[in-house]
Design a protein around this ligand. Structure first.
Ligand SMILES: Nc1ncnc2c1ncn2[C@@H]1O[C@H](COP(=O)(O)OP(=O)(O)O)[C@@H](O)[C@H]1O
Ligand SMILES: [Mg+2]
Length: 373
């Protein structure tokens, strides 16, 4: 049984909710977009989840039922001694935060420094490409990727929403555990990457319909003893878009993507519970049309894998192989949107189109009439 413990505390003017989903603590400030969370929680989970006690604590007294995440405590300690270090890489505002000893322990990305508001962007630059996600929505997605990463299969580093004082201003942002690494996949090239490591990232990207999986967003770490390489997926702010045109997967051109999934990976794909993922995204305040993206994109992954397709074959349907031409997924969605009168019908049409496409990709001789016999 999943236990969700809630406590609600006020200190001065700030409210925060400390909650625990499947034993993982999450702290949210209540005066930001995730405020919706409060009502969503009751609506989405009250039927299926068992609640721990709800505490309402007043008069500025803090009394969290669930302890503050250790990472947040360490970061707050560190901020007393060390200033945040702006990160040069990437396009959004981002900072390395230190522990008391001055070691990097987290990456903080403020909501107010996303996209067009990034301090790395000069006023004369053109607007950041619209990829179906609004500025300020990235931090929810960073957290969503972490929570969707069931059993830490893909290894998204621990991520939470936090409010911290950065450059003298209180800022809300995503706080992600810093991962010791030897660089990004751009620095090394993919030839030494284990197949399974590439598959785990591909599976995550298909589930969240990632629009930004360039090589710089895959860190790697080489094990000193056996030389094995671990890949670490970061930067999920540009995922869960409301449109399908911008999916981007650098690994699609890597040979590992053409290797069939092994049994364990297939079992994992089968175990993904899309309805439960949808409830989780709702809790995090993700827009309905973006939740729909996850449902559609994850279903394509499941149907494709069940039909025996490789990661490469599935990803070639989910993203543009020629940038000037729409992807199979875009075409299917357009067709279904035209035909469907209700949301339910849209899904029904999508599922049968996906089945057809998957069978055809697995067997070029396949035709709908052939399946009748
Ligand atoms: N969890 C992490 N551990 C270590 N380094 C990180 C982590 N997250 C980000 N970085 C570093 O910070 C850079 C910028 O972070 P990223 O999330 O990619 O931001 P942007 O959205 O601006 O591209 C990354 O390219 C990487 O070098
Ligand atoms: Mg990046």
């Amino acid at each position: 049984m999943n236990v969700l413990q809630l406590s609600y505390s006020t200190s001065g003017r700030t409210f925060s909710v400390h909650l625990q989903i499947q034993k993982t603590p999450l702290t949210l400030e209540i005066d930001h977009p995730l405020v919706n969370l409060w009502s969503h929680l009751w609506r989405s989970f009250s039927k299926t989840w068992e609640f721990g006690p709800l505490y309402i604590v007043d008069n500025g007294k803090e009394e969290a039922q669930v302890p503050e995440p250790k990472l947040l405590t360490q970061v707050k300690e560190g901020l007393r001694h060390h200033v945040p270090e702006p990160i040069e890489d990437g396009v959004n505002g981002a900072y390395f935060l230190k522990n008391e000893e001055g070691e990097n322990i987290a990456v903080f990305k403020p909501k107010e420094e996303e996209g067009n508001k990034s301090p790395k962007k000069s006023k004369d630059e053109e607007k950041v490409l619209d990829r179906g996600i609004y500025d300020g929505e990235g931090i929810q997605r960073e957290v969503a990727a972490y929570y969707l990463d069931k059993d830490h299969f893909a290894g998204v580093p621990e991520t939470l929403i936090a409010e911290l004082e950065i450059n003298g201003v209180n800022q809300i942002g995503s706080l992600q555990r810093f991962v010791d690494n030897d660089g990004s996949s751009w620095d090394m090239g993919p030839s030494k990457f284990p197949v399974k490591q590439v598959h785990k990232i591909g599976i995550l990207d298909l589930r969240i319909h990632n629009n930004d999986r360039h090589g710089g967003n895959i860190l790697f770490k080489e094990n000193e003893e056996d030389g094995q390489i671990e890949l670490i997926p970061i930067d999920h702010g540009l995922s869960l878009s409301h449109s399908f045109e911008h999916a981007w997967f650098d690994w699609i051109s890597w040979p590992q993507a053409k290797v069939p999934f092994d049994k364990e990976t297939l079992n994992y794909i089968e175990s993904i519970d899309i309805q439960s993922d949808a409830r989780l995204l709702k809790t995090l305040g993700i827009r309905e049309e973006c939740i729909r993206t996850m449902i559609i994109s994850s279903t394509l992954l499941k149907k494709g894998a069940a039909a025996g397709l490789t990661l490469y074959e599935i990803a070639s349907m989910a993203s543009r192989t020629d940038l000037m031409e729409s992807s199979k997924l875009e075409d299917m969605f357009e067709m279904a949107t035209k035909e469907a009168k209700t949301e339910e019908e849209l899904y029904t049409i999508m599922w049968s189109l996906m089945d057809e496409e998957s069978y055809r990709a697995a067997d070029p001789q396949w035709s709908p009439s052939k399946s009748l016999y």
